[in-house]
Design a protein around this ligand. Sequence first.
Ligand code: PLP
Length: 397
Amino acid sequence: MDNMKTLYFDFQATTPVAEEVLRKMRPYFAESFANPHASDHVLGWKSAAAVESAAQQVASLIGADADEIIFTSGATESNNLAILGLAIRAAMAHTPRKRILLSAIEHKCILSVGRVLEEQYGYAVDSIPVDRNGHVISRELERLLGDDVLLVSIMAVNNEIGSIQDVGALSEIIGKTGAVFHCDAAQTPIAVGMEDLAIHTDMISLSGHKMYGPKGIGALYIRRGLQDDIEPLIYGGGQQNGLRSGTLPTPLCVGMGAAAEYIRSPEVSKRRKELQTRKDRFLDMLLALPWGGRLYGNDGQNRHPGNISIGFQGFNAQDVLGALQPRLAASTGSACTSGLPEPSHVLKAIGLTTEEAESVIRFSLGFETSDQEVDESVKLIDNTLKKLYTNSSNGKG
Ligand SMILES: Cc1ncc(COP(=O)(O)O)c(C=O)c1O
């Protein structure tokens, strides 16, 4: 049992660092370790060049320029800097735009920022409804928009149900009103190409550890013309144009850049297609089990190619995942919300009842997932559900 490998189906919680990413990071820990902000010597210049090149790589991933990329500690910080930074500065300038729109299926870190803006800065925050597939309802967005809206935040790809938004179409609607459009794209790199995302948006959040890069690094794209409108959250030595002070972690920046380069490679386009095929096969096998499996979210094209959000009727997801330990790793929703007792706000937003929401397991596959792992998992899940069913029937009997 001890040396049995745990089957990993939690790639949307985090990916491993790709081998080539790790290789590119290595020299910056103990060899080229000089402070990238040390402007008085050649070793500092070398580190600065590595950071600059990483910013360029991240910018190229989304169709931006290097000076529009701010490195952060991850998507949580990027989301905070984008939304709080804009709203605090606007409040200081006594903006007449006092409303903020957040999609109903945003990550908790965005919804929490919304609450702070309501409670501490006097903003009115409205939720943009989504349909059963987790797509923003354009009509509702149009209804909520107005010239008093400062910012709209809509994630490109959802972390729980994998819904992919039509960012171009949403951008056209938002653009007409002069509101700033922020997009949390933490889950996007694995899911779809994103080379024109910066054309459609004003700010984009990214996370290194969701795209085969290291943990502890993220990025925020801020359109050049908007940078003067963002209040920093961290003050200090004025690094990164004063928008986010602190010494940059060169190895992590290099890793994020290398991950962006990897994501842009033709190999990843090919791997996305393979991922979709493997996920579809896994899903078909799960739905064919005699346990009343039901897929939630979109069953068509506009879905993360590695995401399965499935409930087995009458089974509680926490019980199933507990019974699957230590053999299989999956989650009940977003990694950041699992552990909390309340049902997922995303599943509620797409219309699930509390009982349905509590049955939902997210299996997220990655580029490394093999057909053999899929086969083993289906057997394991079938046996586990059988055991749980037998135990509960015995209990009742
Ligand atoms: C859509 C989305 N946004 C933000 C985050 C937070 O990212 P990080 O772990 O880089 O702070 C996550 C992590 O689950 C996510 O899925």
